[in-house]
Ligand binder design. Structure first.
Ligand SMILES: Nc1nc2c(ncn2[C@@H]2O[C@H](COP(=O)(O)OP(=O)(O)O)[C@@H](O)[C@H]2O)c(=O)[nH]1
Ligand SMILES: [Mg+2]
Length: 191
């Protein structure tokens, strides 16, 4: 699976592509590594990454192998964003999930270096309440030592009741390639 093209940024729900195709959403805090995830998985530089959080305001649509969309959602939890902006983000996403019947899977990226934050817990609860199958990806795992990886695993299991390592939860690293095979395999089996 390696053919990916950028379709467009969606700022308004009316702009969601009309083609009926299964959609995989990428969600997680700002700066967690969502765009880097796309680039590493498809060995490209198509997605814009940034070391500064809070840059993306749009839902960025990609088309993979003409078979399914990947929708890179704007990151949440960026402290410098005003409350009204945060509220409009939340409203957009809630509406997005409620009107979009094509969402078949969510990748929820969580920074492996920190315990999941309240917003991650809220997102996990939301995905479960909507019955959206999800996979938790613990990003930037190259930054952790062996002992810290074990610690992170314990923490994540404690926080997200349903996660099973190796099934719906993986460490991920764009640098070491951790998790890439597993994710590719999962996507090829689904679409
Ligand atoms: N060391 C390391 N850095 C990463 C990894 N994934 C992303 N980053 C860095 O984290 C920053 C934010 O990444 P980005 O993909 O733009 O995050 P997004 O806001 O969630 O799309 C960038 O500086 C990336 O280079 C990873 O697996 N390992
Ligand atoms: Mg991004």
């Amino acid at each position: 699976m390696n053919r990916i093209e950028f379709i467009k940024p969606v700022y308004d729900l009316k702009e969601i592509p009309k083609r009926v195709l299964p959609t995989v959403v990428l969600c997680g805090r700002s700066n967690v590594g969502k765009s880097s995830f796309i680039n590493s998985l498809f060995n490209t530089k198509i997605a814009q990454t940034s070391s500064q959080p809070g840059k993306t305001r749009s839902i960025n649509y990609y088309l993979v192998e003409e078979k399914f969309y990947i929708a890179d959602l704007p990151g949440f939890g960026y402290a410098k964003v005003s409350k009204s902006e945060r509220d409009s983000w939340q409203q957009l996403l809630e509406k997005y999930f409620s009107i979009n019947k094509q969402i078949q899977l969510a990748f929820h990226l969580v920074d492996s270096r920190h315990a999941p934050m309240q917003l991650d817990i809220t997102l996990n609860e939301f995905l479960r309440s909507q019955d959206i199958p999800y996979v938790v990806l613990l990003s930037k795992s190259d930054k952790l030592k062996q002992s810290e990886l074990a610690q992170s695993k314990i923490q994540v299991k404690k926080t997200f009741p349903e996660v099973l390592f190796g099934e719906n939860c993986f460490f991920y690293s764009t640098i070491k390639g951790t998790g890439q095979k597993e994710v590719s395999k999962l996507l090829s089996s689904l679409f």
